[in-house]
Write a protein that binds this ligand. Structure first.
Ligand SMILES: NC(=O)c1ccc[n+]([C@@H]2O[C@H](COP(=O)([O-])OP(=O)(O)OC[C@H]3O[C@@H](n4cnc5c(N)ncnc54)[C@H](O)[C@@H]3O)[C@@H](O)[C@H]2O)c1
Length: 336
C-alpha cells in the first residue's frame, strides 16, 4: 500500500505521519508539502530515519508536478491535509485560500481519477457547518447539518467538500471526507490559540483573547483525530462524510485559564482584544456516526490532553523560538 499524505509538514499531518508510519510498517508513505510559512520541516525530519517514508517538496496546485508524481509513485491512497488553515489570514487575503484549498483539491482529485487511486480522503473541518448559538447547548453538528460558512477559510473548505462530493457522484471517485473539531497537541504552529498562549505566557507577555472569550470550541487531541482518519481509511464507506469531535466544549477563556494554571501563571496576563470579524460563536460536533460505524473512541480527556500538550511546548521551547525567529525556514535546506 502506498499512501500520499499532503500537508504532512503541518500540525495535524505531521502527527498523522508519526502515527501511521509506526503502525503500518508495511505501507509506504510519501509526504508532499510545499513548506509554506505554516509548514515546518523540523516537524518531520525525524521521519527521514524510517524506511517506509519519504518527503517530496511541491505544491498541490501545480498540475504538471502532481501528475508526474502520481505517474511515478503509483499511489493507492491520497490523504489531503494540505491547506491554508488560519481564519485570520483568510480575512486579510482570501485568494490563496481559494487556490490551495479549492483548486489544490481539484488538481489532486483529477490526478486521483487519472491514475486510478483507490481512496481519496479529504481532511475537512466542522467550520463548514457555520456556528451554533451560545444558548442552545442541545444543538450539535451532524453530517446532515447544512453547509453554512462564515469565513473565507471555511467557505474554501466547504467548496472543496462539495467538489469532493461531486467527483464521487459524477466520476465515481472513491472519496471519503472527515470533518473534525478544533485540534490541540504537539507541533501546532504558534499562530493558533493554544501555542500562542503558551509561548506568550512563558515569557510573561500579555495573552490576547478575542472579545470576551465567550466563543465555544469543541477541543480534540490531534491523536484522536488521526485515529479517526485511520479508521475511515480502513473501514469507512466510500462517498460518506464522518464527523470527529472531542466532546470537550470549552470557552476560549476557559482554555486560556486552564493553560495559565498549568504553567503556574497569573490570570492577570489575560488581555481582551478586538473581536475577529464574523467570529463563529459555538462549534459542537455529534460524532455518533463515527463511533457507531467505525468503532472510533476518544482516548484523551481534555484536562489530561491539555496538560500533556502544555508540557510538550514547555519542553520544546526551542521549537517555538525557531519559528518565531524565522530559523525554521532553513531546516529543509540544512537537512536535504
Ligand atoms: N487545526 C485544526 O484544529 C483543524 C481542525 C479541523 C480540520 N483541520 C484541517 O486539517 C488540515 C491540516 O490542518 P493543520 O492545522 O495541520 O494546518 P497547518 O497550517 O499546520 O498545515 C498545513 C500544511 O499544508 C502545507 N501546504 C499549504 N499549502 C500547500 C500547497 N499549496 N501545497 C502543498 N502543501 C501546502 C503547509 O506547508 C503546511 O505544512 C487542514 O485541511 C485543515 O483545514 C484543522
Amino acid at each position: 500500500m502506498k499512501v500520499l499524505v499532503t500537508g504532512g509538514a503541518g500540525f495535524i499531518g505531521s502527527n498523522f505521519l508519526y502515527y501511521m508510519t509506526d503502525k503500518y510498517k508495511d505501507y509506504d508513505f510519501v509526504c508532499l508539502d510545499d513548506l509554506t510559512y505554516a509548514g515546518n520541516y523540523n516537524n518531520i525530519k525525524e521521519l527521514e530515519k524510517k524506511d517506509n517514508y519519504k518527503f517530496v517538496k511541491g505544491n498541490i496546485t501545480d498540475r504538471d508536478f502532481i501528475n508526474n508524481l502520481f505517474e511515478k509513485e503509483k499511489f493507492d491512497w491520497v490523504v489531503n491535509f494540505a491547506a491554508e488553515s488560519h481564519v485570520d489570514n483568510s480575512i486579510k487575503n482570501p485568494e490563496i485560500f481559494l487556490m490551495t484549498n479549492i483548486i489544490g483539491t481539484q488538481v489532486l482529485m483529477d490526478a486521483s481519477r487519472k491514475y486510478g487511486i483507490k481512496r481519496y480522503h479529504q481532511i475537512s473541518t466542522d467550520e463548514v457547518y457555520g456556528d451554533l448559538p451560545l444558548d442552545r447547548p442541545d444543538l450539535l453538528f451532524t453530517e446532515e447539518t447544512p453547509i453554512h460558512t462564515s469565513s473565507p477559510y471555511s467557505s474554501s473548505k466547504a467548496a472543496a467538500d462539495l467538489l469532493v462530493g461531486a467527483y464521487h457522484r459524477t466520476f465515481g471517485l472513491p472519496t471519503t471526507i472527515s470533518r473534525c473539531s478544533n485540534n490541540y497537541g504537539p507541533y501546532q504552529f504558534p499562530e493558533k490559540l493554544i501555542p500562542v498562549i503558551v509561548s506568550k505566557a512563558l515569557k510573561d507577555e500579555k495573552v490576547p483573547v478575542y472579545g470576551k472569550g465567550e466563543n465555544i470550541r469543541d477541543w480534540i487531541h490531534v491523536h484522536d483525530h488521526n485515529v479517526g482518519v485511520d479508521l475511515i481509511l480502513h473501514k469507512g464507506k466510500v462517498g460518506e462524510v464522518y464527523n470527529l469531535g472531542g466532546h470537550s466544549e470549552r470557552t476560549n477563556l476557559e482554555v486560556v485559564k486552564t493553560i495559565l494554571k498549568a504553567l503556574g501563571k497569573s490570570e492577570d496576563l489575560i488581555e481582551f482584544v478586538k473581536d475577529r470579524p464574523g467570529h463563529d460563536l459555538r462549534y459542537a460536533i455529534d460524532s455518533s456516526k463515527s463511533e457507531r460505524e467505525l468503532g472510533w473512541k476518544l482516548s484523551y480527556k481534555f484536562e489530561d490532553g491539555i496538560q500533556k500538550t502544555v508540557e510538550w511546548y514547555v519542553e520544546n521551547q526551542d521549537w517555538i523560538e525557531d519559528i518565531l525567529s524565522g530559523n525554521y525556514k532553513n531546516a529543509y535546506k540544512e537537512n536535504k
